[in-house]
Design a binder for this molecule. Sequence first.
Ligand code: DC
Length: 224
Amino acid sequence: MKHISIAIDGPAGAGKSTIAKKVAKDLGFIYVDTGAMYRAMALYFIQNAIKADEAARIEAACDHINVSIQYIDQVQQVLLNGENVNHLIRTDEVGQMASASSVNPKVRLKLVELQRQLALDQDVVMDGRDIGTYVLPSADIKIYMTAGSRERAHRRYKEFLEKGMECNLDQIEKDILVRDERDMNRDFAPLKQAEDAVYLDTSNMTIEEVVTKIIELYNKKKEN
Ligand code: DC
């Protein structure tokens, strides 16, 4: 049986993971967070003092990295060489390193097979940067989700404050813009809207409105 896949791509802080998680829960699908996989690889590079511009060292390190995932209570856990690193990958440092190291095709190709296999095995909502364009070009529904950079920075700012982390709104916006620029302009599988993706600017939409819109698209597709 062919499984259903919903691909959600977009820039940092657009709300992809919040929305993807809810859509997956409502439809009974698995949520696959591909950014977390790039973050796990980035963590390895940081832990081994490998810099983002050291392409040869990054490529050599790829042979020593194994990324896999598990689900505990339906929450994705990323394992880096067998160790659960979920609690270590949500920092800005790891996010920037993930963006910088993921320009390397060897890093990307290491994760793409895992991502494709997950979608072959079950119904998924998968989010990332290149899901609709490269990882799952035949996805049943494709969404390109974005919002203005100030709005995205605000959302991140609120998240950090809720976690009791110190942060600065202007700095967060700057970091987001640096990441967008790199993610959109790399040579291999850059972030861009797939031709058949639905464009959703969530700047003035509530989470519920976005979730409802995607489920409507899915139901419409099912009818045809
Ligand atoms: O979604 P995120 O913030 O967790 O992603 C971190 C970085 O990983 C992002 O800036 C670029 C990279 N990434 C990617 O290149 N392709 C993906 N499918 C997912 C993430």
